[in-house]
Design a protein around this ligand. Structure first.
Ligand SMILES: [Zn+2]
Length: 381
């Protein structure tokens, strides 16, 4: 099974190349894949989004251990949705493998890709009602949140995977950019452990073990402050051991192909681990000792420029530029910080060669006129 999973090229869905796609396009691509073996998946419409887009469930397996996965509750966080397409392709390709059949006799998988299709269609975090779906687990005012709560109620899964993309961040106090962050959310303010959360921590430890083979030193623990309005935290209190996987960043990979591959591989291996129950003896310290995310990174740092103030003063400085609003990459360079960025890292780190920047062009947290000073594509991300 491990060999099949590691040969990612054999099941990578090449039709999905860009992180921006319409939900309809995604459904078309996966229905073409699933047609090759119509018996493998049961497909059901769970409900509709605020704007009437379908929210679909794809179920595979007949086992008693139930696993629920949902992705893109934030509409611009599509990496795991793309990995789910790869996972479906894996299932189709290897449906006759004895080990695979055995796995699907032990577990049942319930996938809800693109929980927020209206947000996905606009490539925005919020739903069409401007609500953060991951802060609607208590009131359930959005149709999308109701869909997720209803399916959790109906199937009462043992495990839940809440799949996101995260903001650009660094690994603890190292210079590494976080590739993937994991979280076994708290179910109360004290962040105590019970049986449900401990099981989630063991799965997180199992994921960390798998990911360590590919991206050692680039894995973090996501902030585990209790957020009762979030689904991860609520699921944990509803009895579903829930793990968040947050897709981060890597240099020179704007479409996140490597992180998507790691999502697919680590999820497939985790399904297998759950099916043979070999996560139970794992040390939760593997998860708990992961460093937290820190925020010492920008999309672009231009080092070694000079800033000329209106009164004639000139200083040496670096420029920290962001192309992100939440996790969504924009096209406008936003100037976040000027000054000493020697303790910061960047997805793209370039030398400004002492270029003089005028005070009148400096607006913090606003668009920076990059082309005026650096009209060269080396300076774009
Ligand atoms: Zn998110």
């Amino acid at each position: 099974m491990k060999n099949l999973i590691e040969n990612y090229e054999n099941y990578f869905v090449s039709e999905l190349q860009s992180r921006r796609f319409q939900p309809e396009t995604y459904y078309q691509i996966i229905s073409k894949i699933l047609k090759k073996n119509e018996k493998l998946f049961e497909i059901k419409e769970l409900g509709k989004s605020f704007e009437g887009r379908p929210i679909k469930l794809f179920k595979a397996g007949k086992g008693t251990t139930k696993i629920l996965l949902w992705s893109q509750m934030h509409g611009d966080e599509s990496t795991a949705t793309m990995a789910i397409a790869d996972i479906f392709n894996f299932f189709i390709n290897y449906s006759e493998e004895p080990e695979f059949k055995k796995m699907l006799s032990k577990i049942s998988l319930f996938f809800v890709p693109i929980l927020n299709p209206d947000g996905a269609a606009r490539h925005q975090r919020l739903t069409a009602q401007y609500i953060d779906l991951n802060r609607d687990a208590i009131r359930l005012v959005t149709p999308e949140a109701k869909v997720l709560k209803n399916i959790q109620n109906e199937i009462n899964p043992e495990f839940g995977f809440n799949l996101h993309d995260q903001e650009l961040s660094t690994v603890g106090y190292t210079d590494e950019i976080t590739c993937i962050a994991l979280l076994a959310p708290a179910f109360n303010e004290k962040q105590s452990d019970n049986e449900v959360r401990l099981r989630a921590k063991k799965i997180a430890a199992s994921l960390a073990n798998i990911l360590n083979n590919y991206i050692p030193g680039k894995i973090t623990r996501y902030d585990d402050t209790y957020e009762p309005r979030a689904f991860g935290d609520k699921m944990q209190s509803w009895g579903t051991s829930t793990i968040l996987i947050e897709s981060g960043h890597i240099k020179n990979d704007p479409e996140k192909f490597l992180i998507r591959k790691l999502n697919a591989i680590s999820l497939l291996m985790t399904f297998f681990n759950i099916s043979v129950e070999n996560y139970e003896s794992l040390d939760i310290g593997i998860y708990e000792d992961l460093p937290f995310n820190t925020y010492k990174a920008y999309d672009l740092i231009i080092r070694n420029v000079k800033i000329r103030y209106k009164n004639g003063t000139i200083i040496d400085a670096d420029l920290g530029i962001s192309y992100q609003v939440n996790t969504h990459t924009t096209n406008s360079p936003i100037l976040m910080e000027v000054g000493d960025l020697s303790t910061f890292v960047a997805l793209r780190d370039v030398d400004g060669n002492g270029k003089e920047i005028l005070e009148e062009d400096i607006f913090i947290e606003q668009e920076f006129n990059l082309n005026k000073y650096f009209n060269n594509k080396n300076y774009s991300v």
